[in-house]
Write a protein that binds this ligand. Structure first.
Ligand code: ADP
Ligand code: MG
Length: 381
């Protein structure tokens, strides 16, 4: 939980006044649908209870003054001086003001004091959490009229165009549009979203999120290579995107290259698994989700080749320790796994992974039980 009293105290010490309000954006975990977003496919994330919170007030001097409690740092820049690529952590905040300005929204200066309990760099989108919190703050502070999906797009623009990190809309859409107790099925072509009930506890289940703490390496290059393979396969098949593959075996036959075949098989079967997950969630049969999660992991490991040994070890150990299913979540090459377990079993499963990591000479993982939570907004009370 973010300590809002500490945020208020820091805000007061910086400005001599209370903030006009507190706004939050949650981290997110992708339940299923990995590397499907840039293929116009399907994803099904949900928002976490871990969030970034900003204490914020308007300023009339055209300055953005930004502090982070975790980094114990303070940065400032004039709105008039915002330029893409002005790096560092404050780019995730300043980029939002820049994106809003670019679109012609009338925003002024602000003091923004940030604190977040979303694990940083674990693939749980601490970056989108910040962006979406800051969008929510500007919308309220400056009375902007921006529809929810558009808000997510401004957050994405901050990350893609200002910070310079190429990501799909998944993170920001989840952080903006999710509701408590629900996931969000999203069609990445039409951007149509459908809320999905994800009441794990009432089905006597819980979802463990375990951060392997494996440092990501070569992520950008590998990500680019996967995207390029998908584009090449779509071109060979004469399709706009892999989303349009109707007959998987016919498509595989037409692709001469074995690597391309495997990449396509992952994308198409992963889309099918997202739809299966949607149906299981809707019919409140999450208990049957285990094999779908396992199949997703195998597909990422064998066909898309985006897992690493520690992640495979974590998923395998979780299953052996009684999880109904487990998969890597996020872009790959490290990061987190999720494991579906019986209510109350998360700790035992996490301990088993801890032991396996110790035996293999890895540092300890971190873990928590995920709670599907509300998307970005203003904190009340
Ligand atoms: P992820 O989104 O998976 O956590 P990213 O690399 O996309 O990883 O975003 C992490 C970056 O977000 C950090 O390097 C930092 O710049 C910024 N960030 C995250 N949390 C904070 C925080 N509490 N204070 C300042 N910056 C933060
Ligand atoms: Mg991120």
């Amino acid at each position: 939980m973010v300590d809002t009293a500490a945020l208020r105290a820091r805000f007061r010490s910086e400005t001599g006044a209370d903030p006009e309000g507190f706004w939050y954006g949650p981290g997110r975990v992708n339940l299923i649908g990995e590397h499907t977003d840039y293929n116009d496919g399907f994803v099904l994330p949900f928002a976490l209870s871990q969030r970034a919170v900003v204490a914020a007030s308007r300023r009339d001097d055209g300055q953005l003054v930004m502090s982070s409690l975790e980094l114990d740092d303070r940065q400032h820049i004039a709105l008039a001086d915002l330029r893409p690529g002005t790096g560092g952590w404050s780019g995730y905040l300043a980029g939002v003001a820049w994106a809003l300005q670019q679109a012609g929204h009338r925003v002024g200066g602000a003091t923004l004091v940030l604190s977040s309990d979303v694990p940083l760099g674990a693939g749980l989108s601490s970056s989108a959490a910040i962006e979406c919190a800051v969008v929510a703050a500007f919308v309220d502070l400056y009375g902007l009229d921006i529809a929810p999906m558009e808000r997510a797009r401004f957050a994405q623009r901050a990350e893609n165009d200002y910070v310079g990190a190429p990501t799909g809309l998944l993170d920001q859409a989840a952080s903006t549009l999710c509701s408590e107790g629900e996931g969000l099925f999203m069609d990445c072509r039409s951007l149509r979203t459908t809320p999905v009930p994800l009441d794990f506890a009432s089905q006597s289940l819980e979802l463990l999120v375990l951060d392997t703490k494996t440092p990501h390496s070569h992520v950008d290059g590998e990500y680019g290579a996967r995207r390029a393979s998908c584009e090449e396969a779509a071109r060979i098949l004469g399709l706009t995107s892999l989303r349009d593959v109707e007959d998987l075996s016919a498509a595989l036959e037409r692709l001469g290259d074995e690597t391309l075949r495997r990449r396509v098989r992952h994308v198409i079967t992963e889309n099918e698994r997202v739809v299966q997950t949607l149906e299981l969630a809707r019919s409140r049969r999450l208990e049957d989700l285990g094999p779908v999660l396992d199949a997703s992991h195998a597909s990422m490991r064998d066909d898309y080749e985006i897992t690493v040994p520690t992640v495979d070890l974590a998923a395998r150990t979780a299953r052996a320790a009684g999880a109904l299913g487990a998969r890597m979540t996020g872009g790959g090459f490290g990061g987190c796994i999720i494991a579906l377990v019986r209510l109350g079993a998360a700790e035992a499963v996490a301990r088993a992974v801890e032991r396996a990591f110790a035996d293999a000479g890895h540092g300890p993982p971190e873990w928590f039980v995920a709670t599907p939570s509300a998307g970005a907004g203003r904190l009340t009370g």
